[in-house]
Design a protein around this ligand. Structure first.
Ligand code: ZN
Length: 382
């Protein structure tokens, strides 16, 4: 079986604008300062994973990047191609030469549905003389002067499903399939050229996603946490083999469709891991306690203790507990003195205190105090 690599075929000519490309989302931004490389790496990871137009727009609003004067995004879903545009950018239909979408004279951005089969071009920089070399772009980040995008089915880039060939015994993630496992680690946008000093700077209030190391392109998708103990759970599989709650219609990790007919008992998967903004990572295979000087008092037997530095003692000795329960990850305040600020990926931040427990989703940031923050991420290989 072959699979399309992405919903479209994209090529680009090199230039200064930043293009972040995922299989169903593509974002074009004005030139970005090199010091934003980490933020951009995280944004790229999120762009790749964006499962809907709404998610993509939330994401861009959250970073402040959508405030830039010139901005374009494409997203593919069941209804075809969507384009979002603002500023001086214009999307041109290659076949007719007509302007398909124009970003001028809009206050927020223009959204246009472009249907299923289109061949489009977007020039970010004025063309000088001969057209430059057009290079393929599948999943990754490049500095570009223009992009060309076609959604015609016959032009899509296809590849043999590695699962069919049995070459990938572990469950692959999309970035592996695209052969780009190293590009996410290697700060693909760090080569951006310097930009104009008038470029608006991006907000980085408090502790933000940019403080965390970008997750590796390979994450542990389905390693059983308890294969040896016989601890099993009912799960249905996506076509990549990720275990999901049987009621899920979309995979919790790759957003691919989940086939309810595959529901069966499987070894309990590791649901998530915890990254600290000090660069450490712990899979949630057993409950994990974070604190200034954590002890086994009053926490589940077998819990792992993780000490975090707290010179001003903002963080309590036993501060919080993270536990995987069925298909959920919950965080419990261990009657800490100052509580924890919980920042969900969407929704308002709140304080968790007084021994309370809440469910959290991937991407949630937990601020413990003394500048220490944790983020719930997909699990990784040990
Ligand atoms: Zn999946």
């Amino acid at each position: 079986m072959t699979l399309p690599m992405a919903a479209w075929r994209v090529s680009y000519t090199p230039g200064n604008w930043l293009v972040l490309s995922g299989p169903t989302t593509l974002v074009v931004l004005a030139p970005v300062q090199p010091r934003k490389a980490r933020l951009i790496n995280q944004l790229w990871t999120d762009v790749v994973a964006a499962s809907s137009v709404t998610k993509l727009l939330e994401l861009l609003s959250a970073t402040g990047l959508s405030e830039l004067p010139d901005f374009a995004a494409f997203h593919w879903d069941a209804s075809g191609l969507h384009c979002f545009l603002r500023g001086g950018l214009q999307v041109v239909d290659i076949d007719t030469g007509d302007v398909a979408v124009s970003g001028s004279d809009v206050v927020t951005w223009r959204e246009e549905k472009l249907g299923a089969a289109r061949r489009l071009r977007l020039d970010m920089e004025p063309k000088e003389g001969e057209a430059g070399l057009a290079l393929p772009l599948v999943v990754g980040a490049v500095s570009a002067a223009a992009i060309f995008l076609t959604t015609a089915d016959s032009e899509l880039i296809r590849f043999v499903d590695p699962l069919d060939r049995g070459v990938l015994p572990k469950v692959p993630v999309l970035a592996d399939r695209a052969g780009l496992a190293s590009s996410a680690d290697a700060a693909p946008v760090s080569k951006l050229r310097p930009v104009h000093s008038s470029e608006p700077s991006l907000p980085e209030p408090g502790i933000s996603a940019s403080q965390f190391a970008p997750p590796p392109a390979k994450h542990l998708a389905s390693q059983p946490a308890a294969a040896a103990t016989g601890d099993e759970i009912m799960a249905a599989m996506c076509h990549r083999g990720h275990a999901n709650p049987p009621s899920n219609r979309h995979c919790r990790l790759c957003r691919g469709p989940v086939d309810p007919a595959t529901a069966k008992l499987v070894p309990r998967p590791t649901l998530a891991g915890v990254a600290t903004n000090r660069g450490e990572f712990t899979n949630l295979q057993v409950p994990v306690v974070f604190g200034r000087s954590p002890k086994h008092d009053g926490v589940p037997a077998g819990a792992r203790l993780k000490a975090v530095a707290s010179p001003t003692k903002d963080i309590s000795r036993n501060h919080l507990l993270l536990t995987a329960k069925d298909w959920d990850v919950v965080v419990t305040d261990l009657n800490s003195t100052n509580g924890t600020t919980v920042k969900p990926p969407s929704g308002q931040p709140f304080i968790l205190s007084d021994g309370k427990t809440v469910k959290i989703e991937l991407g949630t940031i937990l601020e413990l105090g003394d500048g220490v923050a944790l983020r719930l991420e997909p699990p990784r290989e040990d």
